[in-house]
Design a protein around this ligand. Structure first.
Ligand SMILES: Cc1cc2nc3c(=O)[nH]c(=O)nc-3n(C[C@H](O)[C@H](O)[C@H](O)COP(=O)(O)OP(=O)(O)OC[C@H]3O[C@@H](n4cnc5c(N)ncnc54)[C@H](O)[C@@H]3O)c2cc1C
Length: 500
């Protein structure tokens, strides 16, 4: 086949022009960044961008950072609820003792760390199957630590008698997975910058866990079906509102969140996002929902619900894209994903012992977990605070909204009820499919692509840290390649000129 040299030359000019327009123009001022979402993901990206650009070998600096938040407050799924004058965590509640980014944020921001009530006293747990409690722990609210220790020992024996050595296998599995996850805190020298979630998970040895269900993983590890159907199901239903058919990694992360030493921030975990934003020299746009994002000759143009229009060299999506109404031009491609809605119902009042076939309120366990059966209309009921024997604050999680009639059956007294419908976390399926971390060939990043591995405050921060490094590394190689593009363009120009 013969090629017309003229059309080849035109084609070459076109390609060069295109390559110039699709890459961001080399800014004469440091590149600006627009972040959509002020949760732990968005605020962490801003924090790490500022931190890593104060001293980096590439001398990359970042100019203005804007964060857009559709709500009137920051924090996203980290939020509190105030019921009958008292404030409790409504979304992301507990952190693991090895959530090192969150621990570092708390320290940096001078926030007070507190342990949940379960660590100061021996909370009772009951596993409810809709007809009866299949298993109950002993409990005490004694102030004597020796008594609490005795009850804790008695509970260990009781659990061991029911579930046997499977409990040890479960704990080994969780420790092993946690050990792999800790690789994400290694120093830069030994930890690459990851361009995709798959690469990130494979490097830590976690990818295979996303390819099978939690149940498959646990059966392969030799755990007893009884432990899986009862205790482990209770945990996945509380943490992800889903059954043990969720993917193995999300499931194991959820099991890790039911261990000891858990903590939270006094006054609300949302303060981590607020503090990081305050510290990072950010322009914060509250009540501004971004409706469209377009790449105009390498600059991103964001248009908001309130008529604002902003341009940035780098754009970061720090919210799940699954239920947001955001138009991309050109369009981006992410695998379809459904979010699991969790209905959190907060009640100040008193549970009805009759509903559970019990005689006294004091017979009802403080944490009611449930098995996977259509007979149970809720996933869990936890006592947040006991004000007196017949006056408590409860948090009920369910997959569907609870009707007034049903609540009146479950509760003998209801002084106040608050309902929140959370688009809470992905519906996990094995094998998981991951959206790209870089949504185009340029500088459009997606922090929440990592949520298909697991959804927690810490995993958002871990993904955000990698995205911040990725931005810096791609900005530096981009400006280098841009400079060399210019050089090669000059060469081509000369060639073209002499040809002509
Ligand atoms: C009920 C519940 C319990 C949980 N329990 C725990 C727990 O105990 N421990 C734990 O670690 N994790 C828990 N999680 C998960 C944890 O809260 C989340 O994984 C984490 O907070 C996600 O943070 P993020 O910043 O990635 O997203 P988000 O917190 O969802 O932040 C995204 C933000 O973007 C904003 N936004 C969206 N679209 C736009 C737009 N177009 N324009 C402007 N702003 C926009 C949203 O309003 C939101 O503020 C729980 C979650 C829920 C719902």
């Amino acid at each position: 086949m013969q090629t017309d040299p003229r059309s080849a030359a035109t084609c070459l000019i076109f390609t060069l022009l295109l390559s110039l327009s699709s890459s961001s123009p080399l800014p004469s001022t440091p590149p600006t960044v627009c972040i959509i979402g002020s949760g732990i993901g968005g605020s962490s990206v801003a924090h790490f961008l500022r931190r890593y650009t104060t001293s980096n070998p590439h001398n990359v600096t970042v100019g203005q950072i804007r964060i857009f938040e559709r709500n009137g407050h920051v924090g996203g799924r980290m939020a509190t609820v105030t019921i009958a004058g008292e404030t409790f965590e409504a979304g992301g509640s507990i952190l693991h003792p090895k959530n090192y980014h969150a621990l570092e944020f708390a320290k940096l921001l001078n926030l007070t760390v507190k342990n949940p009530p379960s660590s100061s006293k021996c909370l009772s747990l009951g596993i409810w199957n809709g007809d009866k409690f299949l298993f109950e722990t002993f409990w005490t609210n004694s102030g004597y630590s020796i008594v609490r220790r005795f009850f804790s020992l008695a509970n260990s024996v009781k659990m061991f008698l029911r579930y046997g050595r499977s409990l040890l296998r479960m704990s080994h599995l969780v420790e092993d997975t946690l050990g792999r996850f800790l690789k994400y805190y290694e120093a830069f020298e030994s930890r690459p910058v990851f361009e995709s979630v798959e690469e990130m998970l494979k490097w830590a040895g976690l990818y295979d866990l996303t390819a099978e269900t939690l149940e498959e993983e646990l059966l392969r590890a030799g755990l007893s079906p009884l432990l899986i159907q009862e205790l482990i199901t209770v945990i996945t239903r509380i943490n992800y509102g889903q059954s043990v058919s969720i993917s193995g990694l999300a499931g194991t992360v959820s099991l890790a969140g039911s261990g000891g030493g858990l903590w939270s921030i006094e006054g609300g975990n949302w303060q981590m996002a607020a503090g990081l934003i305050n510290q990072s020299n950010i322009v914060l746009h509250l009540n501004e929902e971004i409706k469209s994002l377009s790449n105009n000759a390498g600059l991103y143009e964001l248009n908001s619900s309130s008529g604002g229009s902003y341009t940035c060299h780098v754009a970061v999506i720090a919210t799940p894209l699954d239920e947001v109404n955001l138009k991309f031009t050109p369009s981006v491609s992410v695998p379809k994903r459904k979010l699991q809605h969790t209905f959190a119902t907060f009640v100040r009042g008193c549970l009805n012992p009759d509903f559970f076939g019990l005689r006294r309120v004091s017979d009802i366990p403080e944490l009611i977990g449930t098995t996977e059966t259509s007979r149970v209309p809720f996933s869990s009921i936890g006592t947040l605070k006991q004000h007196n024997e017949e006056d408590m604050t409860y948090k009920v999680f369910s997959r569907q909204p609870l009707s007034e009639d049903l609540l009146d059956e479950i509760f003998r007294v209801r002084n106040e009820t608050i309902r929140i419908n959370w688009a809470a976390y992905p519906q996990y399926h094995a094998p998981e499919r991951f959206a790209p971390l870089v949504l185009d060939q340029s500088h459009l990043y997606y922090v929440n692509a990592f949520e298909n591995a697991a959804s927690t405050m810490e995993t958002s921060a871990v993904s955000a840290e990698n995205v911040a490094r990725l931005i810096i590394s791609r900005l530096s190689s981009h400006s280098l390649s841009f400079t060399s593009d210019l050089k090669s363009l000059d060469n081509h120009k000369q060639q073209l000129h002499s040809d002509l």
